[in-house]
Ligand binder design. Structure first.
Ligand SMILES: *Cc1c(COP(=O)(O)O)cnc(C)c1O
Length: 378
């Protein structure tokens, strides 16, 4: 017998209410019954996205929502800023290139946040830039970008601001409307505590205006079709019915807790994780811009990072994430997003200590758990 703990930055563990909702008998989507659910989900999403804009629910992973943002806003030959500072920032560049959009790449050192002034400078130098694609939490490095400050520099230009909040939505604050974010994209399997399969995208009036001129090819991800359907509380194609029903459950949970409390819980989990790894003598990969979504930790000298993650998972059932791309084997990532509470963190840190000790790393056994407990006792 083994008990499994998922501490990865997507997918994340499911609350029992969500699992139960997923197992209900299927209903038909062109019915008043489903319309009631769709309507409630739409309102709940506006609450979590902190927006008055429509939020569209797509049957795709988060990347589908990213692609939808690109193909609905732009045309081949357009220029758009893409902020790269990790694997997911690079994805914006790759999607743009796939559609003949010319990316103006801002290269940020992995582990650092983008300087909003750099974005301002590029926009000023080239007024033809139509969009700024960035990431709130760069999940591959555990960095949070300052979206509020970026909103300030984009809002009075002709460009729209598009934010990948796939890992951060429902984990850290993102005031879409107050911070002048035109398009926010997210996915179901991270902060929203659902299985993978839903892409979510909110679209401002400024962005919809731009969409009228967009010539990128699109069919399934045509948001004008989605908007027309939504006006009749409908979807253009068969929605992921069970996932939408489950979404309603997770949104209800978040509404009951209140967004402020959801964010402060994440802050506390992150604080405990950071305190624990530091107490173990480990160092953070992104000490200057760490996120409350996921913590990337440098693998100490002499320890095989991939083996560390594999042993925690295969021997003890605690799944953390390794590093991606150039960080493979160099960092491991502790996700503290979604349905995670303090005793999950304690279990995770305890397992980390056990495997580090077995691998010959020298530290005071119990010091990580102690540091985490001290944060929770505060
Ligand atoms: C997980 C993640 C993605 C990719 O989402 P998929 O659901 O795998 O398509 C993109 N961006 C960020 C920041 C993520 O964390």
């Amino acid at each position: 017998m083994r008990k499994n703990y998922l501490m990865t930055p997507g997918p994340t563990p499911l609350p029992p209410q969500v699992t139960e909702a997923m197992s209900r008998p299927i209903i038909h989507h062109r019915t008043p019954q489903f319309q009631t659910i769709l309507k409630e989900a739409g309102e709940g999403l506006k609450y979590v996205f902190q927006t008055k804009n429509d939020v569209f629910i797509l049957a795709s992973s988060g990347t589908g929502a990213m692609e939808a943002a690109v193909v609905n806003l732009l045309s081949a030959g357009d220029v758009a800023i893409t902020v790269e500072g990790g694997k997911f920032g690079e994805r914006w560049t790759e999607i743009c290139k796939s559609y003949g959009i010319i990316p103006e790449v801002i290269n940020v050192e992995w582990g650092k946040a983008v300087e909003p002034a750099e974005i301002a400078g590029r926009l000023k130098a080239n007024p033809k830039i139509k969009a700024v694609f960035t990431t709130q939490c760069e999940t591959s490095t555990g960095v949070t970008n300052d979206i509020r400050a970026i909103g300030q520099v984009v809002k009075d230009t002709g460009a729209v601001l598009v934010v990948d909040a796939i890992s951060s939505l429902g984990a850290i604050d993102l005031k879409s409307d107050d911070w002048d974010v035109d398009v926010v994209v997210s996915g179901s399997q991270k902060g929203l505590m659902l299985p993978p399969g839903l892409g979510l995208v909110s679209v401002s009036a400024k962005a919809f205006n731009m969409a009228n001129d967009s010539k990128c090819p699109k069919y399934y991800f045509d948001l004008k079709k989605a908007k027309k359907a939504l006006e009749k509380t409908d979807t253009p194609f068969t929605p992921a019915i069970s996932l939408v029903i489950a979404l309603n459950e997770s949104l209800r949970m978040m509404k009951t807790d209140g967004l402020e409390n959801v964010f402060s819980r994440h802050r506390k989990m992150a604080e405990a994780a950071r305190a624990a790894v530091k107490a173990l003598g480990l160092t953070l990969f992104a000490p200057s811009a760490g996120s409350d979504v996921v913590t990337a930790v440098n693998v100490p000298a002499g320890i095989d990072g991939e083996k560390l993650v594999k042993t925690m998972r295969d021997t003890y059932g605690i799944t953390m994430a390794g590093g991606q791309a150039e960080l493979k084997g160099k960092v491991f990532r502790i996700a503290h997003m979604g349905f995670i509470e303090e005793f999950d963190i304690i279990a995770g840190i305890s397992c980390l200590e056990k495997v580090l000790a077995q691998m010959g790393y020298k530290f005071n056994v119990g010091s990580g758990v102690k540091a985490a407990e001290e944060v929770f006792l505060k």
